[in-house]
Design a binder for this molecule. Structure first.
Ligand SMILES: C[S@@+](CC[C@H](N)C(=O)[O-])C[C@H]1O[C@@H](n2cnc3c(N)ncnc32)[C@H](O)[C@@H]1O
Length: 285
């Protein structure tokens, strides 16, 4: 449990203790929803770094790299809203209430969010909660995982003659359901599809795209832990995707489209980080 903060079982009874400890007069708090980027601390924006170093309290997720959290001041209160036991985060409503309560306590709150807060990050819900409560809130964009994955892999998301458009989609689906996507549109050639949270549903995504007419041999590069020291890239094809990702547990992105083939040729560090899977059999590149 973070210092000074008590979560009750009922979110409405959430109690925040310890406001400003420096004896300064009360002031209005503010919430900054800050994009922390894909993991490499050097991919933080200058603004994110400045805010992190000025925060009274940092509210972060379980996967925020320690090297980024270490950039905050030593006296900054750190609140991890990830629940290790269930591997689920605190319910979103509780996080919203926590941000509002901390700001109403007069604190400068940095809510650190992986990648960009407004891309599959529920930043909109947190901003809406602050606005509804009359709390001043701002958003600082971050480098989204797709950009780091494509840069590391040497696979540009758009490329003359190969991809004139790129679409970011989520592969997440409730329970056993299929992701609710426009498969026919995604199956068209001359474009790149980047799938966030798509490891579990990768076999279904591949099957649907092929059924809608995308070529089974369409190149795919899967990038796990993009920008981090343990980044791993796997080059495969749509038809082999399901088998290829079976042992991966992410966080990972699927980059689907002709540009993915460039990753084998253009990757800046074509080393042990890269695995090429031709069919369902893996071969170290
Ligand atoms: C809830 S979404 C958050 C996305 C985030 N807001 C962003 O802009 O990157 C989490 C998913 O993002 C992707 N992701 C986040 N960080 C990643 C990384 N370093 N490498 C690969 N994928 C990553 C994975 O698909 C992961 O399941």
């Amino acid at each position: 449990m973070p210092r000074g903060v008590r979560h009750s079982d009922k979110a409405k009874r959430l109690v925040v203790l310890q406001g400003r400890s420096d004896g300064a007069p009360p002031r209005a708090g503010v919430v900054w929803l800050v994009g922390a980027g894909p993991g490499d601390p050097e991919l933080l924006t200058v603004k994110a770094l400045r805010l992190l170093q000025g925060a009274d309290v940092v509210v972060h997720d379980r996967l925020t790299p320690p090297a980024i959290l270490a950039l905050a001041r030593a006296d900054t209160r750190m609140i991890d809203v990830g629940k290790r036991k269930s591997r689920h985060t605190l319910p979103q409503d509780d996080i919203n209430r926590l941000l509002v309560a901390l700001a109403l306590d007069g604190l400068m709150v940095v809510r650190l969010k992986g990648g960009d807060p407004f891309l599959f990050g529920r930043g909109g819900e947190e901003l809406a909660a602050c606005v509804a409560a009359g709390v001043e809130a701002h958003v600082v964009p971050g480098v989204t995982a797709a950009l780091a994955a494509s840069a590391g892999a040497g696979a540009p998301l758009t490329h003359r003659g190969l991809a004139q458009a790129v679409t970011f989609v989520t592969g997440h689906a409730a329970g056993d359901a299929e992701p609710d996507l426009d498969w026919a549109a995604l199956a068209r050639p001359n474009q790149t599809t980047v799938v966030y949270m798509g490891l579990t549903t990768a076999p279904r995504i591949a099957a649907r795209l092929i059924a809608e007419g995308r070529a089974p041999g369409t190149p795919v590069v899967v990038v796990e832990n993009a920008s981090l020291p343990d980044e791993h890239r796997l080059s495969t094809t749509l038809e082999a995707l399901g088998d290829a990702v079976r042992d991966m547990d992410g966080p990972a992105l699927l980059i689907i489209g002709e540009v993915a083939a460039l990753s084998v040729a253009l990757a800046p560090a074509r080393d042990a980080r890269q695995t090429v899977v031709a069919t369902s059999e893996r071969t170290r590149a």
